[in-house]
Ligand binder design. Structure first.
Ligand SMILES: [Zn+2]
Length: 455
């Protein structure tokens, strides 16, 4: 259950909130769609939060991926080898430690193979309708109750009706898993010398909200039952740790605030940023958020001014250059954008393929044929790390076209569609590529391969 149907199936429908925040829809098993966002800065931050925890949990070799979901609700859940974290969870967490605690708890589920065991339980009970709720897709419930047609309100009905015996036993089972995940999380946090205070704070907050009547159920609460005894148990364990009072480092807190500022700017514009940084309106993160909000509302000139000030304060921050590059692209200053992205690529310690691809895009945007080769190599480098970036294939196609290689341009589109699972369009482009490429060459062969897939 809750396997992802072709993770990037509809990547062709990728829309960019802004070009650097890529978003795509992912269909979960229940048919619920979630919007995945890609952002180099936030992905790198989450990786840094998770890496020590995954190591402590013995998960590091399992290729666990963290996926960012574009949703303002607080939610986090695991599915397969992926930990999904909502942008809303990051924005609502005041400290890195709060998110690290949530990751530690989810890692507890992964390390305990809870999903697989729960699935076995469910197979036995055949109460499939509640699968979504129990496995973490609680929004299924919230979503279907608000369905105006009233046609598919199964999820809501389950919440409203008195739980059947099978449901009750499964809920008890799920509670047991929650306590196991908490215990595991405490262990990982201790091992990595971090406080469990953030995790406790988050769960405590949700437990209290649960008591409020008439509040739309938050998916996180539904997927992670929070009875008082669980919170008490967690509090007891957390306070025993010698690291309970330990605070996040200042630099990590700043990175966290920068990520929150970015999310707030996209979710709530200028007002959202102001609300979040009421107590520090002139801090670097607050100004960063303001620059993003200004740019989003068409005031790119003002955004650039703020960004240049911030770059003076944080000259090694790759993402400030990345953002400046995006703003410059919007202002049709492609040559300037190339410089900004090139600096960002150089400074980016996480070596994100997303930024490399944007450098390639900026080269193409100059329209200067002498930049075509540099564009191709930047885009290829970007695709090597992020092979499912459809927009990068489109840019690669444009880069080849700029160089006059029409066959390669068609092949890049074929490859992009192919990776996106869009086989029909992939074959159309591959067919054109075959006619224009030199027979026998590797790229011609690749086009041939795409043509014959599934035949
Ligand atoms: Zn849980």
């Amino acid at each position: 259950m809750l396997q992802i149907n072709r993770f990037y199936r509809s990547i062709f429908g990728v829309f960019a909130i802004l070009s650097y925040l890529l978003s795509t829809q992912v269909t979960m098993a229940q048919g619920r769609k979630i919007a995945i966002v890609r952002d180099a800065e936030i992905e790198s931050l989450l990786k840094d939060y998770a890496a020590p925890i995954f190591r402590a949990a013995g998960l590091q070799s399992k290729g666990i991926e963290i996926v960012l979901v574009n949703d303002n609700n607080f939610n986090a859940f695991v599915s397969g080898r992926r930990v999904f974290i909502n942008t809303g969870a990051i924005m609502q967490s005041a400290t890195p430690n709060e998110i690290i605690g949530v990751i530690a708890h989810e890692a507890g589920h992964l390390a305990g193979n809870h999903q697989e065991r729960l699935r076995a339980q469910l197979d036995a009970s055949k109460t499939l309708a509640i699968v979504g709720m129990l496995l973490g897709a609680g929004a299924l419930v919230a979503g279907s109750t608000s369905n105006s047609s009233g046609a598919s309100s199964t999820g809501g009905a389950i919440i409203a009706a008195a739980p059947s015996l099978a449901t009750r036993s499964l809920l008890n089972y799920k509670r047991g898993e929650e306590i196991n995940a908490d215990t595991a999380a405490l262990k990982y946090l201790n091992k990595t010398k971090q406080s469990a205070n953030g995790m406790l704070k988050t769960f405590d907050r949700f437990a209290q909200q649960l008591a409020l009547a008439g509040v739309r159920p938050n998916p996180y609460k539904l997927s992670h039952p929070l009875p008082r005894e669980r919170i008490n148990l967690l509090a007891e364990g957390a306070r025993k740790s010698p690291y309970f009072g330990k605070k996040d480092s200042k630099s990590l807190q700043t990175r966290h605030n920068m990520a929150r500022a970015k999310i707030a700017a996209f979710a709530g514009g200028q007002a959202g940023v102001q609300r979040l940084f009421k107590s520090a309106p002139n801090s670097v993160p607050a100004l960063y958020g303001r620059a993003i909000a200004l740019d989003n509302s068409g005031r790119s000139n003002q955004a650039i001014k703020i960004l240049n000030q911030l770059i003076k304060k944080q000259p090694k921050n790759a993402y400030l250059y990345e953002l400046r590059g995006e703003v410059q692209l919007k202002m049709r200053q492609a040559d300037q954008a190339v410089k900004s992205f090139a600096t960002a690529v150089k400074l980016d310690r996480s070596k994100s393929g997303l930024i490399k691809a944007r450098l390639g895009f900026a080269y193409v945007a100059t329209g200067n044929r002498s930049n075509a080769k540099k564009a191709v190599s930047a885009l290829r480098a970007g695709l090597q790390t992020n092979p499912n970036n459809f927009n990068a294939y489109r840019s690669l196609s444009n880069a080849h076209a700029l160089a006059g290689d029409i066959g390669e341009a068609e092949l890049a589109m074929a490859e992009g569609h192919f990776r996106a699972g869009n086989t029909r369009d992939a074959k159309i482009f591959a067919g054109r590529a075959v006619q224009k490429l030199v027979p026998g060459k590797p790229s011609w062969q690749r086009a041939k391969d795409i043509l014959t897939v599934g035949n």
